[in-house]
Ligand binder design. Structure first.
Ligand SMILES: [Fe+2]
Ligand SMILES: [Fe+2]
Length: 257
């Protein structure tokens, strides 16, 4: 048995902000316990959008970084891409602004209705539906069973930017953008964490994402990946095993034979 307090994520450690592209900011904090960064992405358009909020323990530091770019009252959309605390633990963003919560249609039906203490006010999207935030257009890509049943990704159509959540992640605390092939480390992380039940849906999604020819990929953990090396990561997914095999967050679960 493990007794866990309200906030299991570290509050120490720096959260950094860097502008990756025109008005696109990566807000990243490293968590020693997990050995990964937690990255949030702020898109400063006419209607500014924050993609994931980080775990609650990082909330104050992430909020400070958002406020370096825009007043909090300007934040219009807060998107989470699947139901996990690192995706939307910092939903206090919704208290301080006119921000609307954005999620997949599955997240809406499965995880945002029917609870005692979860906000029901949100906007949900089905596959290929779009949201215009000013100059930018977000297309929603449903990716069921790529990690979770309700998972989705976002593709920004005007400049071909991909926000794939927990796909194409890498461990460690590297620079904001890489042109290196860290796919071996990505696969080792997946094998050690056990986040994909099966390779099949992940491979189908990877093929679809490759066909979009993204110019920059913005994973939730690790560095942003320049589009010139994206095929290294999709090839690694297509040609290697990485699905769950009795290991969860580094711990072996004994199989009943
Ligand atoms: Fe996740
Ligand atoms: Fe994540």
């Amino acid at each position: 048995m493990r007794e866990i307090g309200k906030n299991k994520f570290s509050e120490h450690g720096d959260v950094e902000i860097s502008e990756i592209g025109n008005g696109i900011y990566r807000i990243s904090g490293f968590d020693d316990a997990f050995g990964i960064t937690f990255n949030q992405f702020l898109i400063d358009d006419e209607q500014p959008t924050l993609i994931h909020t980080g775990p609650f323990g990082m909330y104050k530091k992430i909020e400070e970084k958002v406020k370096e770019v825009i007043p909090l009252q300007k934040l219009t959309y807060v998107a989470f891409l699947h139901f996990e605390s690192d995706e939307w633990g910092g939903m206090a963003f919704l208290d301080s602004a006119d921000a609307r919560l954005v999620c997949s249609d599955l997240s809406s039906k499965l995880n945002l209705t029917g609870w005692y203490n979860i906000p029901v006010d949100h906007i949900s999207f089905w596959d290929n539906e779009t949201l215009k935030t000013g100059k930018r257009i977000f297309k929603f890509i449903m990716t069921p069973h790529v990690h979770h049943w309700d998972s989705m990704m976002i593709f920004e159509e005007t400049t071909r930017l991909l926000f794939p959540s927990d796909l194409f992640i890498q461990p460690g605390n590297n620079k904001p953008v890489i042109e290196e092939d860290l796919s071996d480390k990505m696969l080792a992380l997946y094998r050690g964490a056990g986040i994909f039940a099966s390779e099949w849906p992940v491979r189908q999604t990877s093929k679809r994402l490759e066909s979009l020819s993204p110019k920059m990929i913005f994973p939730m953990h690790g560095s942003c990946i320049d589009g010139s090396v994206f095929s290294k990561y999709t090839d690694a997914i297509l040609n290697n095993k990485f699905a769950y095999s009795d290991v969860l967050l580094g711990q072996k679960l004994e199989r009943v034979s």
